[in-house]
Design a protein around this ligand. Structure first.
Ligand code: MRU
Length: 347
């Protein structure tokens, strides 16, 4: 089952609603690009590669629903859709990368609107299919770094739900498990949206991979114990110098791993690498509603005092100096990242 699908019969986008998993499994159906933008914003669908594909399919919906036959008006309509989808979430570069791919189709010198519609849909489908292939390639490279008996600490959700299918960092763990390696995963719960406790744990249950959920603050304790052999996570954006923007808490995790001599692996498709950004300090960090932090109850009662204020940055920056290697579909990249990334991407 894929996290996102295009229904060809009805021309709608179907997404697994990730807000209520694992208690409720529901689909959200989107028939307009505005609904897709809202679904990205509300985190019905989440994870950098998945929101890239959602953006592309949102553009395909806009193209199909556009009433104009005139190519200029058609392009103007799609430009509005592009801007709306672009502003749905700011950090994961995969969204902009996918929208730019669609944009390059729209800009082709073709004046037949029906033909353009077909080409836009085909490009969105291609982006989705490529994502699955790329995840398998990442996972094949990443699984080689995992040994039999490893205890791996994983942050957020980087599995099939965060992509179209299979996953990146969790995909590496999954592939190593299929190779017969015995792995135990410590799953950071990933406050405040609990992508680890809800989504990663739910996926690991289905794959039959042994795991335990830990609170984010326990990561340092386990890393210091000497039992954790590797840290794995994904990325929302990787700067040209190898700095990584990923789910809030990644930086603290990487700091603690580094201090305790535990290797830190970041798995991501090359579409997550943004060579236009020199370092992590200039990556826009989404700040979400304080309600996500404050809406937590204990025995049916709100935990925080009424009227309490909160801050909720959704991502942080892990400096490249804390990262052992980046795992991409093209292979594993070791420091110095600045020059190796350039070499890798030029091939
Ligand atoms: O806010 P989210 O759930 O979209 O954040 C997701 C992450 O930070 C993931 O680790 C990242 O997108 C990589 S997913 C393969």
């Amino acid at each position: 089952m894929r996290s996102i699908e295009w229904d060809e019969t009805n021309n709608i986008v179907r997404m697994i609603d990730q807000r209520y998993l694992p208690r409720r499994f529901e689909w959200v159906l989107c028939s307009t690009y505005q609904e897709v933008a809202k679904a990205i914003q509300d985190m019905v669908i989440r994870g950098a590669p998945a929101i890239g594909v959602a953006g592309a399919m949102g553009m395909a919906l806009a193209a199909i629903n556009c009433p104009d036959d005139d190519p200029n008006q058609f392009r103007a309509f799609l430009n509005t859709a592009h801007q709306t989808l672009r502003s749905s979430r700011p950090t994961a570069v995969n969204l902009f990368w996918a929208l730019d791919r669609i944009q390059s189709v729209i800009q082709r010198p073709i004046d037949n609107v029906e033909k353009l519609k077909k080409l836009i849909l085909a490009e969105a489908m291609r982006i989705a299919e490529e994502d699955v292939v790329i995840n398998h390639q990442i996972s094949t490279h990443g699984a080689e770094l995992i040994q039999d008996g490893d205890v791996i600490l994983h942050h957020c959700n980087t599995g099939a739900l965060a992509t179209v299918d299979w996953g990146t960092a969790l995909g590496c763990i999954r592939k190593a498990h299929l190779q017969g390696k015995r792995i135990h995963v410590l799953v950071d719960e990933t406050r405040p949206r609990l992508q680890g406790a809800r989504l990663t744990a739910w996926e690991l249950e289905q794959y039959g991979i042994p795991y335990e959920i830990i609170v984010d603050g326990a990561a340092g304790y386990f890393l210091r114990s000497g039992k954790v052999k590797k840290v794995f996570f994904g990325a929302d954006r990787i700067a040209a110098n190898g700095d990584v923007a990923n789910k809030i808490g990644t930086y603290m995790l990487a700091l603690s791993a580094h201090e305790n001599g535990v290797p830190v692996y970041c798995a991501a498709p090359t579409s997550t690498i943004d060579m236009s950004i020199p370092n992590g300090d200039v990556i826009p960090i989404e700040e979400r509603s304080a309600d996500e932090v404050l809406d937590i109850q204990y025995k049916g009662e709100a935990v925080a005092p009424i009227g309490a204020k909160a801050r909720n940055p959704a991502f942080d920056i892990t400096p490249h100096s804390l990262i052992t290697a980046l795992i991409t579909e093209k292979g594993v990249i070791y420091p110095p990242f600045q020059e190796r990334l350039l070499q890798f991407l030029s091939h």
